[in-house]
Design a protein around this ligand. Structure first.
Ligand code: GLU
Length: 474
């Protein structure tokens, strides 16, 4: 393929080309490879909504890439960039993502072509409920078969409307709450879901730094403390990732890139202050403790240790890949590096932790939420007090055997029973660590695999193809 052809690949072609490297490394039968790559089904819906007395027609899609595991899972995005190819590409990434982190779901994704900023809350509710109804009626939304979640332009509010719409149409379905994840906690959501993708990104980076050989290969040394980080996008994913990296890992966020430009401060930005400024002013322009540049994407080219694209797809392309000056790219967004850019960065030896692994924290905690909904009980509800009592007995036993008093900090640690948030974070951390270890072992034990992305696809494809072989292809 010529360099020009690579430049004009669509998003789904770009994902498929990346997957092809793994199929080649695995010497996979081309028929099976095509079966895995193909998107099962996509529906397009066009529906009218009465917006303050005027009828407007909206267009949306839901793609199911794979249903070797059910339900198929993936977010719904509300944005002006949505089209069928994007939704299908994102659905295929969901298939690989779920396999990488051992979440037993197929891959799906939805999108509505809309600029949410143009509508008020009541309009958004009408539009969301109507879109949900279309998906439910066409068999593309239910707890057993297809479960959406938040994505770009959607959040808890939209998920609550979707859940309520499903419940109104299917009151007899005892598991109605499991028809969508990312709901508010008061409506069947789980604690820790909102921060999950960003937190998962941080757990992935921490695990990377627990592997000194991988750190060295990337041209880095030491731990996360003091590392200079550029982050693109301070939305839900970028905000939590940046905040944790700054506050818990002592890393320096030297630049934040947003829609309207970039903020740069070599001594590190205070993430909470930037976020509050954005909430108040709807822009980063004018934030006092940084230099502002209107040319936001130029900040992607700043020299740094870690570059975290956490916004849109296709941000690092054949046009700027040569000028990227980081050692490590951590793909918190879906598809931020195009296939053509990936080839350039690979040849330059830049380490990339791929999207299908890095941002899998969201769907991981969605999985916990779905289980919570099916089991109709909050995690930790049965065992918390029991664990606390056992901790108390342990302390009493230690004190009576040693004749010493256990210090308060130790007593508090031992006596505390885990609540739902503790369990969610522990499950998420464990998932991200295990998946990294699987990727790293796969990368180091196969000569045909040169990078983490191919390793991630190999891990995913091995698991998916096994289920095809086990159940047969009809
Ligand atoms: N939209 C998120 C993603 O792209 C979450 C999907 C989910 O939780 O189902 O991974």
């Amino acid at each position: 393929m010529s360099n020009n052809d690579k430049k004009t690949l669509s998003f789904s072609q770009s994902v498929n080309h990346m997957a092809d490297r793994a199929f080649q490394a695995l010497d996979m039968d081309p028929g099976i490879a095509n079966a895995i790559k193909a998107c099962n089904s996509t529906i397009q819906v066009n529906f009218p909504v009465n917006i303050k007395g005027k009828i407007e027609v909206f267009t949306g899609w839901r793609a199911v890439h794979s249903s070797h595991r059910l339900p198929a899972k993936g977010g719904i995005r509300f944005a002006v960039i949505v089209d069928q190819d994007e939704v299908e590409a994102l659905a295929s990434l969901m298939t690989y993502k779920c396999a990488i982190v051992d979440v037993p779901f197929g891959g799906s994704k939805g999108g509505l072509l809309i600029d949410p900023a143009k509508y008020d809350r009541d309009d958004m509710e009408l539009i969301t409920r109507r879109f949900a109804r279309e998906l439910i009626r066409k068999g593309f939304l239910s707890p057993a078969t297809n479960v959406p979640a938040p994505d770009m332009g959607t959040g808890q509010r939209e998920m609550a409307w979707i859940a309520d719409t499903y419940k109104l149409l299917h009151p007899e379905d005892i598991n109605h709450n499991g028809c969508v994840t990312g709901k508010p906690v008061a409506h069947g959501g789980i604690r820790g879901r909102t921060e999950a993708t960003g937190r998962g990104v941080v757990y992935a980076i921490r695990e990377f730094f627990r592997h000194p050989d991988d750190v060295k290969t990337a041209g880095l040394s030491g731990g996360l403390s003091g590392k200079r980080i550029v982050i693109q996008g301070l939305g839900n994913v970028g905000y939590y990732a940046a905040k944790l990296l700054e506050e818990e890992d002592d890393a320096k966020i030297i630049a934040i890139i947003e829609r309207d430009g970039a903020l740069i401060n070599d001594d590190g930005l205070a993430i909470e202050a930037v976020r509050q400024y954005i909430n108040e002013h709807k822009t980063i322009k004018g934030f006092s403790d940084a230099t502002f540049t209107e040319n936001g994407s130029s900040a992607l080219e700043l020299k740094c240790d870690i570059l975290i694209p956490a916004a849109l797809e296709a941000q690092i392309t054949a046009d700027n890949a040569d000028r990227i000056k980081t050692s490590l790219i951590v793909e918190a967004a879906n598809g931020p590096v195009t296939f053509a850019a990936d080839e350039i960065l690979r040849s330059r030896g830049v380490t990339i932790l791929p999207d299908a692994y890095v941002n899998a924290g969201g769907v991981t905690v969605s999985y916990f939420e779905w289980i919570r909904n099916l089991s109709h009980i909050r995690f930790g509800r049965m065992e918390r007090r029991f664990d606390e009592m056992r901790g108390q007995h342990l302390i009493s036993a230690m004190e009576s055997l040693t004749d010493k008093t256990v210090p308060d900090w130790m007593r508090n640690e031992i006596v505390r029973g885990a609540n739902e948030l503790d369990l969610v974070r522990s499950g998420l951390d464990d998932t991200m660590r295990n998946a990294y270890q699987e990727l790293s072992e796969t990368l180091h034990n196969n000569d045909k695999i040169e990078d983490f992305r191919t390793a991630a696809y190999v891990v995913a494809i091995n698991k998916i193809s096994r289920s095809y072989f086990d159940i047969g292809v009809y």
